[in-house]
Ligand binder design. Structure first.
Ligand SMILES: [Zn+2]
Ligand SMILES: [Zn+2]
Ligand SMILES: [Zn+2]
Length: 242
């Protein structure tokens, strides 16, 4: 379990080296976390280590404030987890086909990025999950699916013993629901820090991501070409006035 404040602090700290910094992207991350984290305490991915599934290091890692999911467990506790853990908790083996409001908001660039070749193993496990008649059976298929898709952390336990253990621990029973964020439409990807960019997090009047690395790069450019940035602009403005 982590407190709400712990999650906020750790998330901001993790972003400090890339997108973060008090005058960069961090205020947006913080505001979103403060809005979405309404409980005092949450279970986190660490509390589901017994699933033996690798965490999502794509979207959930770079945009945790938008991509992490709030799942309500059967005992009313909340879990703040990445998509891999969420899918096991809610016993899901396939993204819902209909484009929800969130899918529509996602930019073209990111859509389809993870749609690879047809995966017959995944299809079979999904079919097993759909046909399953008990939650234990669903848990089995979801774990197997997650291990197949995302890889295992250690891999030294049999799937049957993981399932038996998982049944007795948090997430061992059907969850009550989950909530996702409603991110703004993304604009592009920052080639320096890898984060998605939104109009909200661009440096005003530029197409540049307002992140630490980008700001440092622009600062360095300004220092090595002190005249280009300011004087050229002024000359152009004056030229237009004439
Ligand atoms: Zn995780
Ligand atoms: Zn994810
Ligand atoms: Zn960036």
């Amino acid at each position: 379990m982590k407190t709400r404040q712990q999650i906020i602090d750790e998330t901001l700290q993790a972003h400090e080296t890339t997108t973060g910094g008090p005058d960069a992207y961090s205020p947006m991350i913080q505001a979103e976390l403060e809005k979405r984290l309404t409980e005092e305490a949450y279970l986190t991915c660490e509390d589901f280590a017994h699933f033996d599934v690798k965490c999502c290091d794509a979207a959930c890692e770079s945009e945790p404030h938008y991509e992490m999911i709030d799942v309500i467990l059967d005992d009313d506790r909340h879990a703040w987890v990445c998509c891999h853990i969420r899918d096991i908790l809610i016993r899901r083996t396939k993204k819902p086909p209909a484009p929800g409001p969130k899918a529509k908001k996602k930019g073209k660039l990111v859509d389809g990025l993870f749609d690879g070749e047809p995966d017959s193993v995944a299809e079979r496990l999904h079919a097993g999950n759909v046909a399953a008649t008990s939650d234990e059976e669903k848990l089995y298929y979801c774990l197997k699916y997650a291990h197949h898709k995302s890889g295992r952390k250690s891999g030294d336990q049999s799937l049957d013993s993981i399932v038996q253990q998982a049944l007795k621990l948090p997430g061992g029973r059907p969850t009550k629901g989950f909530s996702e964020s409603n991110p703004p439409q993304n604009y592009s990807l920052c080639f320096l820090c890898g984060a998605l960019t939104y109009l909200e997090n661009l440096i005003p009047e530029t197409n540049y991501h307002n992140c630490r690395v980008m700001r440092e790069l622009l600062q360095k450019n300004r220092e090595s070409h002190p005249t280009e940035d300011t004087q050229t602009d002024e000359t152009q403005t004056r030229g237009e006035d004439d």
